[in-house]
Ligand binder design. Structure first.
Ligand code: GLU
Length: 426
């Protein structure tokens, strides 16, 4: 079962700090810059009241952590999940800084959300919660300052509500120019064609390239996926279209297995109306969740929450490739075991960077008053993801290191260069 224990929340922050310090030592990061990057610039916590369907008022707590903006406006998602708190948002914001830097985007890193399980609320309540959260954040977000996007349990609808609320509460003359305050909007409201599949496409493409670099292809390769949300679904769809076989899917409610392959579309149709749950699907049998990681397969895609692969289960993993669709799914102890066992990890900041790259395209599209077509978007996305992949691949070869270390070296060095060039105000 997907692990959401309180004890694990704190350690997402430990994980990102551990990765950061390790890289800082390798590249001999300037000590002043190390101090700056080791903290989060702003941690915004807002409490706001919302009228519930039953007439009562409930007070919610929302978070937005802005880690660093040396390379451009803060960028990163908003998640609605019981595990959201300030430490989780800090860790996730830092990962966004490394991700946007690695991808060569003109952005910094941020993350936030609300500590709720959205399944406990009606759509009307979720709309009021989202709008009131946006209002509470006020000028802490903005199209040239901090640009949220979808993340766990948020989607195009959430972004449309945020954009509408933001634009309704700023001065009339500025309204039409501020659509790019969020990315991941519905296509009809300034959203980008293809943004929905961008993250999953990147997960698929990085796996495909890695497999290709070994002189193999995806045909007949078996894979298992943890989390069947937007990322898990699209990654599975692209992989199966190239002949790979989805043999197991796990979510918070069930673990499904079918050695003959699970139909991605059937599972999607089954799970969507049930707010994403895969439970009760008849095209596979339900197995004990604790057997998931130990299943025989070529590729494992954790595409749910952080800290899922740990010292407690890493030794069971039989896949040769772990492709991190989620942010921070592997803790340092788990990673050590995977690397010792010769497993290649495609790190989150590379593997799932298709999402924020897609967001960047949407932001440009809005800023320039353009409308891009799906084909054009997918081509641009592919080109950009491959560029980033190759950069990391070269670093891996030159340094004879693992993929995460290589990705971190590139990401942090880029920010260090920017600080060195500009100096520190005043
Ligand atoms: N939430 C996604 C991520 O973790 C997308 C962020 C964005 O597009 O700004 O990368």
């Amino acid at each position: 079962m997907i692990e959401t224990k309180t004890a694990n929340r704190q350690s997402m922050y430990d994980t990102v700090m551990n990765q950061f310090h390790k890289t800082a030592d390798i590249i001999n990061l300037n000590p002043n810059i190390k101090k700056i990057l080791g903290i989060t610039n702003n941690e915004i916590i807002v409490h706001f009241p919302v009228k519930m369907d039953n007439g009562k008022v409930a007070v919610f707590t929302g978070y937005r952590v802005q880690h660093n903006n040396a390379l451009g406006p803060y960028k990163g998602g908003l998640r609605y999940h019981p595990t959201v708190d300030v430490d989780a948002a800090k860790a996730l914001a830092m990962w966004m800084t490394w991700k946007t830097s690695l991808a060569g985007l003109p952005y910094g890193g941020a993350k936030g959300g609300i500590q709720i399980d959205p399944r406990n609320y009606s759509d009307a309540e979720l709309e009021r919660i989202t709008r009131r959260f946006t209002y509470a954040l006020g000028e802490n977000i903005g199209p040239e300052h901090d640009i949220p996007a979808p993340d766990v349990n948020t989607n195009t609808q959430t972004m449309a509500w945020i954009a509408d609320t933001y634009m309704s509460t700023i001065s009339t003359s500025e309204r039409s120019q501020n659509q790019h305050v969020v990315t991941g909007k519905p296509v009809g409201s300034g959203g980008l064609e293809g943004r929905d599949r961008a993250t999953g496409f990147g997960v698929f493409l990085t796996i495909k390239e890695l497999v290709k670099s070994r002189g193999e292809n995806l045909k007949g390769k078996t894979f298992i996926v943890q989390g069947f949300g937007n990322v898990g679904y699209w990654a599975s769809k692209f992989l199966t279209e190239e002949g790979a076989l989805l043999v197991s899917v796990q979510d918070a409610h069930a673990t499904l297995y079918n050695a003959e392959g699970i139909s991605v579309e059937d599972l999607f149709e089954h799970s969507s109306p049930r707010k994403g749950s895969i439970q009760g699907f008849t095209g596979a049998r339900e197995i004990d969740p604790k057997h998931f990681f130990g299943l025989k397969c070529d590729i494992l895609i954790p595409a749910a929450l952080g800290n899922q692969i740990t010292e407690e289960n890493a030794y069971q993993i039989k896949a040769g490739i772990v492709a991190e669709g989620a942010n921070g799914p592997t803790n340092p102890e788990g990673e050590k075991i995977l690397l010792e066992n010769g497993i290649t990890i495609i790190p989150d900041i590379l593997c799932n960077s298709g999402g924020v790259i897609g967001s960047y395209f949407e932001w440009l599209q809005n800023r320039n008053g353009e409308l891009w077509e799906l084909e054009e978007v997918m081509q641009k996305l592919e080109k950009k993801i491959l560029q980033v992949f190759k950069k990391v691949q070269t670093e891996v070869a030159e340094r004879e290191t693992d993929w995460r270390t290589a990705a971190y070296i590139i990401a942090i060095s880029r920010i260090e260069t920017a600080y060195r060039q500009r100096g520190i105000f005043p």
